[in-house]
Design a protein around this ligand. Structure first.
Ligand code: 16G
Ligand code: ZN
Length: 533
């Protein structure tokens, strides 16, 4: 019996909509949820082959559309260390998702087996989960059919955050290694991160209740479980927008994307000066903080502010540890506010590089650094310690109690950080730890630098594929001549900067602009958008 003998029969239960072309984009497939049945079924088949190509290591499949509308859904594959699927496999995903017939699905599987030299006798293992979206159960069933068609050893992790699934995958694949990542359960996740937090804050509770906007998504129940594991009085939180049961509420007028994009609090939240607020997105892999000053002015602490806070803390710890050749670096995207980049370069004196938008791109750049902090301005990011940094920490011989303490803290921080992917809950604990250790309010954190006024516009064009970029999306190479027009517009404004890039998730082009004043920034953005249109 051929390994694929059951595939066509199962595939027939999940026919591809004839009129849709699917693409494995920046964060996997993402579109209207109910149209994704065939795609998710086929993603299950590919996850099986990917696992076999990785000698039976566990591959993850997450069904989510993150911050997007509740009617949308998506699916992405997670590689063995919890990182995004290797880029060379993305085209296989796109090809199989668009196969026109069940037989063609089988042909593509056979082609991949041949091309990748896959040993089909290896038992495939897949771990999967989903968020709270209404189309989730339907898509989960399609996925389970895909896994059944290839007789995969499958583990359902239920309704969890995207970073929790990434964490489970890494735990499962390191379970028998010399450095297991943790227990692959929700309780194991809460224990690992909660205990690291408690060790770092040394018995100091949060200075005041932290108000968390959970976007009416999966972060709501999960952060409550985390807080319970940490225990009172150490982690007092108030979770708002926690209604995952009522249809139509997910990400609507709330959540990290709403707060960052509109630069205002979630609808219905009146900020009290002196209180602390943060927002997750719908699958809890992004976080932003914010507060109101005494004059009622809203202040956003976005991914750039988080990365500078974290990089400063790590740099100071490395210095205190007396490890001279351990370098902290920062990875940003073109969306990083110009003030943050200047602050990292000129004040912190840390190396910084730019990567293309999308977590996988930042992650790969951060891997090249000893300790690499990467954050998108939208609040998605984490910190990676590469093997050489780990070896240096291991070899470090403290010459004073202060050095011993700093080395110990760096080790414990590694346990607090979800290195597999950006994680709102782990990042929240990291920020809270640093603020407690420094005795800082959000206002004190915010004082490091002042963001330049900035603006992001979406321009719907006939064909976004003609927009091609280089230099981490900061320059256009196509359409010809457009970059020169952008340059001449930028030159007219004080501290002006602008770039144009095609979206990786929507059929549109994005225009970003910043300048010395709000009115200059808006003028620049609309002038560039006009040139694009
Ligand atoms: C995806 C990315 C996010 C990025 C966004 C850009 C992941 C997990 N998510 O949501 O990091 O900021 O796409 O969207 O990589 P855009 O290309 O439509 O502007
Ligand atoms: Zn997300």
């Amino acid at each position: 019996m051929s390994a694929f003998s059951q595939v066509a029969e199962y595939s027939a239960k999940h026919p591809k909509p004839a009129d849709i072309t699917f693409e494995y984009g920046t964060a996997g497939f993402r579109t209207i949820g109910v149209t994704l049945e065939s795609t998710v079924f086929r993603a299950g088949l590919l996850a099986a082959l990917r696992s076999q190509s990785k000698q039976g290591q566990v591959i993850g499949v997450m069904i989510t559309a993150s911050h997007n509308h509740e009617r949308d859904n998506g699916v992405k594959l997670v590689d063995p260390m919890g990182e995004m699927l290797q880029q060379s496999w993305e085209s296989y995903c796109t090809d199989i998702a668009n196969a026109g017939s069940d037989d063609q699905v089988v042909d593509i599987l056979s082609y991949i087996v041949e091309k990748e030299g896959i040993d089909l006798s290896v038992r495939a293992k897949v771990a999967y989960a989903r968020d709270t979206r209404p189309s989730g159960p339907l898509l989960q069933k399609a996925l389970e059919d895909g896994l059944a068609a290839l007789d995969v050893d499958a583990a359902n992790f239920g309704i969890v955050t995207t970073p929790q699934l990434h964490y489970f995958v890494r735990c499962l694949n390191t379970a028998n290694s010399t450095s297991p990542y943790g227990e692959p359960t929700e309780a194991g996740y809460n224990k690992k991160y909660g205990q690291a937090f408690l060790r770092l804050v040394e018995g100091k509770p949060l200075p005041s209740t932290l108000h968390i906007d959970a976007a009416n998504g999966v972060g709501a129940p999960q952060v409550l479980k985390l807080a319970e594991a940490i225990g009172s009085p150490y982690f007092n939180i108030d979770v708002q927008n926690s209604d995952t049961a009522t249809l139509g509420k997910l990400n609507i007028d709330c959540g990290a994307d709403h707060v960052k994009s509109n630069q205002r609090p979630p609808a219905g939240t009146t900020l009290v000066p002196g209180e602390r607020y943060c927002s997750f997105d719908g699958d809890a892999d992004r976080i932003v903080y914010y507060y109101s000053d005494d004059n009622g002015v809203f202040h956003l602490l976005d991914g750039d502010k988080i990365s500078t806070l974290v990089a400063t803390y790590l740099r100071d710890l490395v210095t205190a540890a007396g490890i001279s050749d351990l370098q902290v670096g920062v990875v940003q995207t073109a969306y990083a506010n110009g003030s943050s980049t200047s602050y990292i370069k000129d004040t912190l004196r840390l190396p910084t590089v730019f990567a293309k938008t999308g977590v996988k791109n930042l992650h790969h750049e951060a891997e090249k650094m000893s300790i690499g902090a990467y954050f998108e301005a939208n609040g998605h990011g984490t910190v990676l310690f590469n093997p050489s940094a780990v070896a240096k920490l291991q070899a470090a011989r403290p010459e004073s109690p202060a050095q011993a303490d700093a080395i110990n803290r760096l080790w414990t921080l590694r346990d607090l950080i979800n290195e597999s992917v950006g994680d709102a809950m782990s990042d929240m604990l990291l920020v809270e730890t640093i603020l407690i250790c420094k005795g800082w309010t959000l206002e004190q954190w915010d004082a490091a630098y002042t963001d330049l006024p900035n603006c992001l516009l979406k321009v719907v064009v006939n064909d976004r594929s003609i927009f091609k970029t280089t230099d981490a999306e900061q320059q256009l190479t196509s359409p010809p001549g457009l970059q020169n027009v952008v340059n001449s517009l930028v030159a007219k404004f004080s501290k002006g900067r602008s770039f144009v890039r095609p979206s990786g998730t929507e059929d549109a082009v994005r225009v970003y602009a910043e300048a010395a004043s709000r009115s200059e920034c808006d003028q620049l953005a609309y002038a560039v958008a006009g040139a694009v249109f």
